[in-house]
Design a protein around this ligand. Structure first.
Ligand code: ZN
Length: 461
């Protein structure tokens, strides 16, 4: 190890130790985290209600009055919890959001049981360790800590733990709360999942804050045909029509289009990277198409930041091995830039597949979700806490290429910021995948970060 690196490591050590919450709060967060992960809340097979009941009991035991705790949802298995921590009421509340459902996980696919929290080699393993039970557990633990410390914020802090973020469907907790109990979660802005800290080779390099997200949309491509006996084939074949259209789609890419947030993202990432990559990212921020081509060829996530994307995800077709197909259909999943539109993408898809036999319909149209403004108060609080905890780590505004519940809130007029402060190696993001894990140190440091960040946003007025 070169002397300079060694010095930095030595200097950073006391600082890292300071980033940990007090032992009792750490243990509390870990216990809530364990309980949440070991309660199966899979989108289709599980339930969020047992988690909600356990958290409600814990909050009551910590002295929160029952009248400040709401539990309920679209269906008895899909409960949400909303708890209010009262402040002086000088400003509108802040909503602290996390979803408590998870993507399904099969024991056979995993190295260990996905529904047992395992601490091993510096990681917490389990379904939801990253998405999104770390933030959910930390919100609850920090609220209990504020109460114990008699912290009196200048505004109410509202924690909402919600159902069915994954996979959409009719029981989404945020959607349900907005429609049925909006007053419970009415806030000046919300803090949610959607961005995290990035590590490269174990080193913290950037702390991200997401201000917008792409629009999720599914399209159905369908070809109908009269079919017939497969011993007497004709060129007009449903599967061939569809395959041709999908092939043309596979060679097509939507044009590059940056917005204020992605431009800022690439500008900041240019400071994180080194050498030729750094220079290319800076050129991308300036709109240089050659650099965009190089960057998108090298990185799928960065490509997704620069353009709308569409990809075939499911197929169906044919009804017998010895018959000409009467049906061939595909699902095409698109992630649309916030300033693009589903209608525009539909028109583009029709042009690209270039075959009148292929009928294209919009299966899901969640509508646009406006970007949240860069608020100086949030940015300053974020940078202040981040700079103290992780000197030299750059703050990066970003656009989430996946979706989150932030969409519902932004559409409802509650600006939403994806902020977590959990640092994960950028090449080791296992959310939705097998052996999902969270670095132990990152979990506890994120607990401290969110504790101090929320405090900074709610004291001093
Ligand atoms: Zn999530």
């Amino acid at each position: 190890m070169p002397m300079k690196t060694l010095l930095i490591v030595l200097l950073a050590l006391p600082c890292l130790a300071d980033n940990l919450p007090p032992t009792a709060d750490r243990e509390l967060a870990r216990e809530i985290y364990r309980q949440m992960i070991e309660t199966k809340s899979g989108f289709t097979t599980g339930a969020t209600t047992p988690i909600v009941e356990a958290v409600a009991a814990r909050l009551k035991a910590a002295g929160f009055p029952a009248s400040d705790i709401f539990t309920g949802g679209a269906n008895p298995r899909k409960a949400n919890l909303v708890v209010r921590y009262h402040g002086a009421g000088r400003r509108k509340p802040i909503l602290l959001l996390a979803h408590i459902d998870v993507v399904e996980a099969l024991r056979a696919d995993w190295t260990t049981d996905p529904f047992v929290l395992l601490e091993k080699d510096g990681y917490f393993y389990g379904r939801g360790t990253m998405d999104d039970k770390a933030q959910a557990a930390v919100w609850v633990a920090n609220l209990i800590r504020y109460k114990r410390e008699n912290f009196r914020p200048d505004r109410d802090l509202i924690v909402a733990l919600t159902a069915d973020e994954e996979g959409g469907g009719p029981f989404n907790g945020v959607d349900w709360l907005l429609k049925n109990h909006r007053e419970l979660i009415e806030a000046e802005f919300a803090i949610n999942e959607g961005a995290r800290g990035q590590m490269v080779d174990g080193k913290r390099v950037s702390n991200e804050m997401s201000l917008s997200e792409k629009i999720y949309s599914d399209f159905r491509l369908e070809v109908r045909n009269k079919g017939g006996h497969s011993a007497r084939p004709v060129p007009d074949n449903a599967i061939y029509h569809l395959a041709g259209g999908l092939y043309r789609l596979s060679t097509f890419a939507f044009p590059y289009r940056l917005n204020d947030i992605t431009r800022a993202y690439f500008r900041q990432m240019a400071k994180v990277e080194k050498g030729a990559i750094s220079a290319d990212l800076a050129r991308v921020a300036e709109g240089n198409e050659d650099a965009m081509r190089r960057v998108s060829a090298a990185s799928a996530p960065l490509n997704a930041m620069m353009r709308t994307t569409c990809v075939a995800t499911q197929l169906e077709g044919g009804h017998a091995t010895n018959a000409l197909p009467q049906l061939a259909a595909a699902n095409v999943n698109c992630r649309i830039l916030p300033d693009d539109s589903v209608e525009n993408v539909l028109a583009t898809l029709k042009k690209v597949v270039a075959d009148d036999q292929i009928a294209i319909t919009i299966k899901t149209n969640e509508g646009a979700s406006p970007a949240s403004p860069i608020r100086p108060d949030i940015l300053q609080a974020f940078e202040r806490v981040s700079d103290i905890m992780w000197p030299g780590v750059i703050t990066v505004p970003s656009m989430a290429v996946g979706g989150s519940d932030g969409r519902y809130l932004r559409v409802a007029g509650i600006p939403t910021y994806g902020i977590q402060g959990f640092f994960v190696d950028r090449d080791d993001v296992r959310a939705h995948g097998r052996d999902e894990r969270m670095p132990v140190q990152s979990f506890y440091e994120g607990q401290t970060f969110l504790y101090s960040f929320v405090k900074a946003l709610s004291e001093g007025k």
